[in-house]
Design a protein. Structure first.
Length: 332
């Protein structure tokens, strides 16, 4: 498609991002690249940079008819006979970053669609490495669409790439975590997760290891069951208490470490505690740390998760606290 520079003043502006601005024309979403677009080796001048994008666009167009669930680019954009962007299918809806007030079932459905779409792309050797909420659209027809496949975070290969597939699944995993859990408590960092088989915000997989699409679907189904938590403080990490905990520990009971002072987290005390618990075959689901005395991160955590109760160690035993109305809605 060829347009004149002045034509864009008449089009509906949908938004702008790192690489370009998107406009609406009939059934098309037109992405016009910024004058200086990030290329493969950093920020390059406009013309040399766009040759990388033009090559990627041609490969995506060639595979367009093979992909069922994702609408790939279907045309190149030329302005004054110069390649300046791409033409894609327009979808009316919102991205996952802006979506609000979804039920748990709706969020699980969105998650399954997203995993299905991502798996289809990798089967056709299209590796999307940036599954952030801005790049995922939820249409008015309740369909999930992956967008922005033309930028440098999407790789198109002739032969399968195990390395790119692993990176794509890792990015997808992080997007699902962000979509289901946006609480403000401290969480485990990637460095720890690379070493220990523990959880990050409810995600029971090694970072960049053993992450499969089947496991992601299973993770989504597990969200239907409200978890129960066993909340431990550093003073309670003694052998008698932990041995008692192990007597009723099961797959639906998740262990939470709660630090009421921020410096214990920053100083790395949590890492020593995690290693000690790992040696006792106790997996930690998450870490909560109080940032200051004016906040109550534990209550915030329980209110933002789908749970029916929790255990606290009181009067020399674990006592169960029921939550009368488990949440069927979770934060978007």
């Amino acid at each position: 498609m060829t347009l004149d520079e002045l034509d864009f003043d008449k089009l509906e502006h949908l938004g702008s991002g790192t690489y370009g601005s998107v406009y609406h024309l009939n059934n098309d979403a037109i992405k016009k690249y910024h004058p200086s677009v990030p290329g493969v080796f950093g920020y390059l001048s406009s013309n040399p940079c766009l040759r990388f994008y033009k090559k990627r666009v041609k490969r995506l167009i060639a595979r367009r008819k093979k992909v069922k669930y994702t609408d790939l680019i279907h045309d190149e954009l030329y302005i004054n006979n110069a390649f300046k962007g791409v033409i894609g299918t327009y979808h009316k809806g919102v991205n996952l970053r802006d979506i609000k007030n979804l039920s748990l079932e709706e969020k699980i459905s969105i998650g399954h669609q997203l995993v299905r779409n991502a798996e289809e792309l990798t089967r056709h050797r299209i590796y999307h490495l940036d599954f952030k909420p801005n790049n995922i659209m939820y249409t008015t027809n309740k369909e999930v669409k992956i967008i922005d496949l033309d930028d440098c975070f999407t790789k198109v290969r002739i032969f399968p790439s195990f390395f790119l597939k692993r990176r794509s699944k890792y990015s997808l995993k992080k997007a699902l975590i962000a979509f289901f859990d946006e609480s403000t408590h401290y969480s485990l960092d990637d460095q720890v997760l690379n070493e220990l088989p523990i959880y990050q915000k409810g995600y029971p997989f090694y970072v960049q290891k053993k992450v499969s699409y089947r496991a992601l679907h299973r993770y989504l189904e597990e969200r239907r069951t409200p978890y129960e938590y066993a909340i431990l403080t550093p003073n309670e990490l003694t052998n008698p208490i932990l041995e008692e905990l192990k007597t009723f520990l099961n797959s639906s009971l998740k262990v939470i470490l709660y630090y009421d002072k921020a410096h214990t987290y920053i100083d790395g005390q949590y890492l020593k505690d995690l290693i000690m618990l790992k040696n006792l075959n106790i997996s930690v689901y998450d870490i909560i740390c109080q940032k200051d005395h004016n906040t109550d991160p534990l209550s915030e955590y329980l209110n933002s998760h789908y749970t029916k109760g929790y255990y606290r160690y009181e009067d020399n035993t674990f006592k169960y606290h029921y939550i009368d109305n488990p949440k069927v809605y979770i934060k978007a």
